[in-house]
Design a protein around this ligand. Sequence first.
Ligand SMILES: Nc1ncnc2c1ncn2[C@@H]1O[C@H](COP(=O)(O)OP(=O)(O)O)[C@@H](O)[C@H]1O
Ligand SMILES: [Mg+2]
Length: 379
Amino acid sequence: MKSALARNVLAVVGRETPRLPDAAALLSAVPVPVVMLDGQNRFRYANHAAEQFLGMSMVQLLQHGLADLLPRDNPIFQLIEQARQNEVTISDYDLSLQSPRLNKQGITVQASPMHEEPGAVVLVMQDASSARNLDRQLTFRSAARSVTGMAAILAHEVKNPLSGIRGAAQLLESSVTPADRELTVLIRDEADRIRALVDRMEVFGEKPIERGPVNIHRVLEHVRRLAQSGFAEKIRLHEVYDPSLPPVDGNRDQLIQVALNLVKNAAESISGAGMTNGEITLITGFQHGMRLSVPGSDQRMHLPMLVVVRDNGPGIPDDIRANLFDPFVTTKPSGSGLGLALVAKIVSDHGGLIEVDSRPGRTEFRLHLPVVHDDGESM
Ligand SMILES: Nc1ncnc2c1ncn2[C@@H]1O[C@H](COP(=O)(O)OP(=O)(O)O)[C@@H](O)[C@H]1O
Ligand SMILES: [Mg+2]
């Protein structure tokens, strides 16, 4: 006969307890850098993202303290000490983690004491710029939408009176003195110029795009040929392609337009700076994890196709960065400022995303696009 105690023990053992996953394995899958420090700020653990973030493997980190990586006056030490002393979780925003080894800015750090191990603190570090990127991306989208509306109004309201003006000037031309004819010709020419601008704007109009499987490498090849036989004749063009990519789900002509505008800007930036060692690199790749939530809905986009246009020009001027994708934003004497607005519009029509990363000597426009036959959730 079993005692009551034994029965209880059996009952507990016999109950199906779910097997818990290994905590380290769990943490290593988290894409956010997480480290654990002991009471002397020596590394006791770093997940995979932290290894990448800090540029050291866990084995290396275990032989170091945080003070080997960062100067002692870095505010992160104060943050850690506060969390340790007060036994509460504390966050600090926009920290700079800078040293000869490390160069990170705008980092959000959260320090939490580990109650199981006295003195130990867990740090979670997040690069706020990735969140900011997404923010900016969303503003680009609304800029694209406002272009759409404006294009429709412009096309409708400007074109008709414009042809009236042009016709009238043409009529006058036959009856005025040669000196005045110069003026009527001026009116005609300027009317033509406005018309051309409006025509260019009209491509922003709200027409549903025809989509199908597009070989992105053919698109880029086409653009490369255009560039090398024209505006980028003297600039070296590199291609770093992933040949195994599936077709993009998109519109070929529009994707050519996107790539062309980006490559043209890159070339203009290089030649504008008078560089002789200018280089443009076209890169394609597949990103399994590229999934983004659409704000305000539970939709998720899967955008595994990555297309990068990189140049080694002087970079995007600071003062236009915030409005880069707005129409009419240009730093060129005869620029239209419509190139990137159109890029944003087309990419957004494709359900894609565009990101920019620019510093002197390296500017990257990164497109994320949907592919055909995507097993993941698409738009
Ligand atoms: N690759 C680049 N490098 C540096 N600046 C760039 C680059 N691409 C775009 N820009 C900046 O963005 C501005 C807007 O570009 P865009 O919309 O194509 O209009 P536009 O080329 O007519 O000026 C450019 O005038 C330039 O200042
Ligand atoms: Mg341009």
